[in-house]
Ligand binder design. Sequence first.
Ligand code: GAL
Length: 680
Amino acid sequence: MYFGACYYPEQWPEERWETDARLMQQARFNAVRMAEFAWTRLEPSEGQYDLSWLDRAIDLMDRYGIRTILGTPTAGPPKWLMDLHPDIYQQDIYGRRKGFGARRHYCFNNSTFHTYTKRIVTQMAERYGSDSRVIGWQIDNEFGMIDTARCYCDSCLNAFKAWLQQKYGTIDAVNEAWGTIFSSQTFRSWDEVHLPAYAVHQHHNPGLALDFRRFSSDSVCAYQKLQIDIIRANAIKSQPITHNEMGKYNHIDFYELSKELDLSSLDIYPNMKSEPKDRPSYAAEQHDMTRGFKGGRNYWVLEHQSGAPGALTMAPTPVPGEIRRWTYQSVARGADAIVYFRWRTLPYSIEELWHGILQHHGDPGRKYEEVKRIGQELEKLAPLLTGTTVKPKVALIRSYDNDWAFELQPHMQGYEYIKHIEAYYAYFYERGIPVDILSPEADFTKYSLLITPNLMMAKESTVTALHRYVANGGCWVADFRTGAKEWNNQMTQKRLPGPYRELLGIDVEDYGVIEAHEEIGIHDLSTGATYRSSQWYESIELLPLGSPAQPMAVYTSGYYKDTPAVTRRAFQKGHAFYIGTVLEKQGLYAILDQIVDEAGVTSLIPNLPAGVEAVARVDADGGGREVLFLINHTAVEAVVSLSDSWSDALSDQQLKGPLVLNPQDVKVLHQPKTIPMLFG
Ligand code: GAL
């Protein structure tokens, strides 16, 4: 387990470094992240490299038992470089060059920038690739953030054409895939291909627009690969390569980005102005997504909130105990490194309000003391956690292609793909049922329950895998718009739900939007309860099959009144469920309760009190160890009822029955039977 902070020696007088190292050591740090924005100090002018200050910083930290995760500095190309080669700047949809003054101002497809990138990365990789004081590499920093994943310059146009040639072979195939006959948009040659830049309105051909998103994401992956290759050629085995990814954002396909990485990483700021502070499932979901980027494997947190975030105005400061409970949430969900952002709050520049562990003055205060306590606790917990991971029985599929397709055309007012995923996620979070969030291409055979929210398009291989999954005994939940589109983003011409009609045993006879003023409901046939549905309906006919689908709920109004809204079908050894409308929370939860039951999935803690999070890490290789984390995210006491006997890993007390969790408090419990295996 790594524990530490982001440290920027280039921003502080060298006389101060040792004080910082000493304080870090006292807080049980064993890692710092450095250098990811230090290009101008590493190469002050073209070809003049100076890594001596970084040598001294790495060395000093090592003397205090702290190892270094090195960031390549490419997210901040220096001014001299941009002045020499202004064509490196990204261009926006209006063809305007984005200028200097922020960060991430380079185009991923610019070959001049590739040359400079290779040079600086080679310098670092050759210097530190065999240095065991360096324990890992972060490539660049938060690819795609602040709207930088897509660029509209000539380098990108040329690269886009090459990407299309590779994918489609001929221009006629492009015309066909996109349906360019509409509005005379047909291309006669590759020369005529354009980017979805500024047009009369921004509603470009959906095929073109989706391919451009895919291409842009691939461009980031290719740029990352260029750096990975250099580092991998130089790095020793103990230096994994990672990137600080961004959970729920969709500007890049993070499954693809993670393929070449040794492990995925996350930057997590639970208290942001944009996110409700009382929704800890928001942060939990980011963790589960990051674990899923590599198919359900542990990851690092390379930026962990430790103070109030803010650029121009500030988000809430973490109250006492809050850094601790967010840190435990991270560890509980599979983080094997916690690196706080940042060690000390900077007194200048655009992040002077973005607070770290130490305030501007640099003296240890209450946040430092809290971090120190966490450091001591994690030191004690490390042997218990080593070799454990989260192993859910439920998988939730999140697809970037579908996310992008819905972003381009949401189909209904107020719809957001990611919010729809969140609605399912919230159910499992609140019920204390662990979930993996996976790519549609992941191996989901080992899960008892699989949910594919709005899987509007899918590759053939996914369609086949879903059929096999259900046939072999899995419970699959599909919902509205499933199968409605082909992979090229055209509407399917098959009857809906496309390739899953037989499997689900249904025909979506008609569909449409539900307007805000309409009163549409569903009647749950098992409980008799009625729930509101909104935004979208699909009226369903049950196919006359040998073992037909059964209705679970029917509509209470609309011209489709009494037709099935939710169905289930037994198919070979498994079950396939279909939800044809957007259900209000209680309705969705009631339906999911029935499905979860059917799938034999249970909560870690039945009747989990609101605001209490329950997650477990278990032996990755199938041993019997189970470490249960209970986190009280509320400002009031909560009582959890333990049916088994557990050991409190921090106090070593034996616990059973009602367990009181103080406000903001955390309990880490493990089964007594696991002790001999751990230490013996
Ligand atoms: C992150 C970024 C860091 C720092 C932090 C606070 O998104 O990776 O470099 O800028 O935000 O603003």
